[in-house]
Design a protein around this ligand. Structure first.
Ligand code: ATP
Length: 360
């Protein structure tokens, strides 16, 4: 059974449609990540699930029960915010205990639950400290412990790591995925950071302009992005796009003439493309190899070479269009000196004029 079910959920602010007809099922125990650019509606969707804002249309069910008209306090959820929302004058213990104290639970029970939650987030030795004595990561762990003691059906997290520095964010990413494994709870997590989505999610929900663009496991979105938006959003550095025209489309292959790479024959889904159609070809930077070892071969002139140790990123944009290649290690490349690169035909994605993926 789906732990969370959204059916035809829309949200309008005056004349503005912040969310348009969102339908979605999140399974019990799943780690779902809502990702998309600023303003795409991901926080709004989380707030509707939490009951902090009413839906304009549609239904929300949690654990099989319709909660659409229930207030936030009556929903089996706990929310963790970007700014931690801790009480500065209270100790860590009291911050964690707060939801249970509000419910007037017996003191012994509260003590046991706080101890358990503090142990899970590794703050057992800091219970008497005030939040001001803790690091950002530790404060966020207090907020998570406060959510844990409520034993919610669903944890809702709105950009919980965005106030942390890069190193701490990386550490907390793996802490949160371990926490999810330990608790086995359903988690819905909002971020604008595709790396967080890729590394943490069981399933990613990509939102854009208030609509769901694609839902799927990280690697499915990476290998088979449904459209140009998802293709450009998932993956870093982003996928390269080349404008092209279909020369012929027969059976399971399409022949395309495109900028930079000339005429290439590529596998495709067998429908929806015919001679003369405009298409966009997508090539991931990391799918490119140095040399002519693969089917599709062309040359690029690096305008900048970034050495990252493990990888080297080559920037070779033309006519204002970015183009990057990512190679393993530290090959001897220099800006201004042309290099031959190649890629498998099967790794070149074909998108039709509406931006829909038509590759196999
Ligand atoms: P960000 O990553 O910047 O937080 P987001 O994807 O979470 O972006 P939302 O906060 O969900 O975006 O906002 C979606 C859209 O709805 C935005 O265009 C925003 O301006 C608008 N919006 C959100 N809340 C309100 C409100 N209370 N009144 C009017 N418009 C709103």
């Amino acid at each position: 059974m789906a732990e969370l079910e959204l059916s035809g959920v829309s949200k309008t602010y005056g004349a503005f449609n912040a969310l348009k007809d969102v339908s979605l099922e999140i399974a019990d125990g799943e780690f779902a990540v809502f990702v998309g650019p600023s303003g795409c509606g991901k926080s709004t969707l989380l707030r509707l699930i939490a009951g902090l804002d009413p839906v304009s249309e549609g239904q929300i069910a949690i654990g099989g029960k319709d909660v659409t008209s229930r207030q936030a306090g009556q929903r089996p959820i706990a929310m963790v915010f970007q700014n931690y929302a801790l009480y500065p004058h209270m100790s860590v213990y009291d911050n964690i205990a707060f939801p249970l104290q509000m419910e007037r639970r017996p003191k012994d029970e509260i003590r046991a639950e706080v101890a358990k939650a503090a142990q899970i987030v590794q703050l057992s030795t800091r219970l008497q400290d005030k939040p001001s004595k803790l690091s950002g990561g530790q404060r966020q762990r207090v907020a998570i412990a406060r959510a844990i003691v409520r034993k919610p059906g669903i944890f809702l997290m709105d950009e919980p790591l965005s106030n942390l520095d890069a190193a701490l964010r990386m550490e907390m990413r793996s802490e949160l995925t371990q926490l999810h494994r330990r608790l086995g709870s359903t988690m819905v997590y909002v971020t604008h950071d595709q790396l967080e989505a890729m590394t943490m999610a069981d399933r990613i929900v990509v939102l854009n302009g208030g609509k769901v663009e694609q839902v799927g496991p990280p690697m499915e979105l990476y290998h088979n992005p449904a459209n140009l938006f998802v293709a450009g959003f998932i993956g870093s550095p982003p996928m390269n796009f080349l404008a092209g025209t279909v020369r012929s489309a027969e059976g399971a292959t399409v022949s395309v003439e495109a900028a930079r790479i000339g005429v290439v024959t590529l596998p495709f889904s067998g429908e929806h493309l015919s001679a003369g159609d405009s298409v966009t070809l997508g090539i991931r930077p990391e799918a490119l190899e140095l040399g002519a070892g693969r089917q599709v071969q062309f040359s690029v002139v690096p305008e900048a070479v970034e050495r990252l140790g493990l990888h080297t990123i080559v920037h070779a944009g033309e006519e204002g269009r970015p183009f990057t290649a990512l190679f393993n290690g530290d090959p001897k490349l220099r800006a201004g000196e042309a290099i031959n690169v190649s890629v498998d035909g099967a790794s070149v994605k074909v998108f039709d004029a509406d931006g829909i993926l038509r590759s196999r």
